[in-house]
Write a protein that binds this ligand. Structure first.
Ligand code: ARG
Length: 277
C-alpha cells in the first residue's frame, strides 16, 4: 500500500489580517508561536500515522496560505485549480499553481467567473463528488467539474455562514460513510446526503463549532481538533481510531485539521484512489 501524501504549508505568516468568514476578527489575532506549535503537532501526528507530508514554502502577506485544502481539487495527476471568491485569497493561486506544476500535476483551470474553492468545497465519497455551494463556490463550477471528471455530482447548498465550506460540516470517512452536521444544509441537501450515504455520523452543535467535521482521515484513523469528545467516542465505538490535536489558533481563521491539509493521492473515501493502485 503506497504511503498517503498530504500537502501542508507552515504558518510562518499566518494571522488574522482580514475578515471573510464569521470566525475571523482582526481584534482576535492569532499567537504566532502557539499557531506554530499546533501546526507542528498536526504535522507530527500525520507523520506518525505514516503520511508523507509535502511542505510548501510560506509567503509573506498570504496569511491563509496555510489552508492548503483550498488549493484545488486533485483527481489522479490532475489538479483543478481553485478560483477564490475573495481577492485576498485569490493572491494565493499563483503559488499553489507553481507548486502543482513543479510536482508533476497537470493543472487545469475552471472557466473565468466560476468560483471554486477546491477540496474545501468538493469531496469524493465513493465515486460521487459532494459539492458545497453558495457561500464560496458556485454550483456551475461543480457541474463543470463533474463533466470534466465524468462523475456524479451532488450539489449541496450551505445555509449557515459559520459552515461556509463543505469541509466544515461534512467529512467522508470511507465509501458510504461520512461525518456531518445536518443543520448546515437545507432540507434538500440533508435528504440528498441521506439518500447517498448509508452510514452517517452526526455531530452535535458543540462538536460542530469545534470543527469536528473538519477531520483528516488516514485509513481508519480520524484526526480532529481537540474537544470533539462526543464525536471521537462515536467513531471509536464504530471501529475508528481517533487523535485529537489542539488547533484553536486556526479556528480563529475558520479552519481546523482538514483545512490545513490537501490529500495529494486522493482521500481514503475516494473510489478513484483504490482503482489506481
Ligand atoms: N480564512 C480562510 C477562509 O476564510 C479559512 C479557510 C478554511 N479552509 C477550509 N477548507 N475550510 O478562506
Amino acid at each position: 500500500m503506497p504511503q498517503p501524501r498530504i500537502l501542508m504549508c507552515p504558518p510562518e505568516y499566518y494571522g488574522i489580517e482580514y475578515e471573510i468568514n464569521p470566525w475571523m476578527s482582526r481584534s482576535r489575532n492569532s499567537d504566532r508561536e502557539r499557531a506554530r506549535r499546533q501546526w507542528q503537532s498536526l504535522h507530527d501526528t500525520l507523520v506518525e500515522l505514516g503520511v508523507v507530508v509535502e511542505k510548501m514554502e510560506p509567503v509573506p502577506g498570504l496569511p491563509d496560505l496555510v489552508f492548503t485544502a483550498n488549493a484545488g481539487l486533485i483527481f489522479h495527476d490532475r489538479c483543478f485549480l481553485s478560483r477564490f471568491r475573495y481577492e485576498v485569497r485569490a493572491r494565493e493561486t499563483p503559488y499553489f499553481e507553481a507548486w502543482f506544476r513543479d510536482h508533476g500535476f497537470q493543472v487545469e483551470h475552471l472557466p473565468e467567473g466560476y468560483y471554486f474553492e477546491g477540496a474545501g468545497d468538493a469531496l469524493f465519497c465513493g465515486a460521487t463528488l459532494f459539492a458545497g455551494y453558495r457561500i464560496r463556490s458556485d454550483v456551475r463550477g461543480h457541474q463543470y467539474l463533474g463533466d470534466k471528471i465524468g462523475c456524479q455530482v451532488i450539489p449541496l447548498e450551505l445555509v449557515d455562514p459559520r459552515f461556509y465550506h463543505l469541509d466544515t460540516c461534512f467529512c467522508p470517512l470511507a465509501p458510504g460513510e461520512a461525518i456531518w452536521y445536518p443543520p448546515a444544509f437545507d432540507t434538500y441537501g440533508q435528504k440528498a446526503i441521506q439518500a447517498h450515504i448509508q452510514r452517517l455520523f452526526e455531530v452535535d452543535e458543540n462538536d460542530a463549532v469545534r470543527f469536528g467535521c473538519n477531520a483528516v482521515v488516514v485509513g481508519r484513523t480520524v484526526v480532529v481538533n481537540a474537544g470533539c469528545n462526543r464525536l471521537c467516542e462515536t467513531l471509536q465505538r464504530s471501529g475508528y481510531q481517533t487523535r485529537m490535536v489542539e488547533l484553536n489558533e486556526f479556528l480563529k481563521a475558520g479552519g481546523s485539521a482538514k483545512c490545513l491539509t490537501l490529500r495529494l493521492d486522493g482521500e481514503d473515501a475516494a473510489a478513484w484512489r483504490s482503482s489506481c493502485q
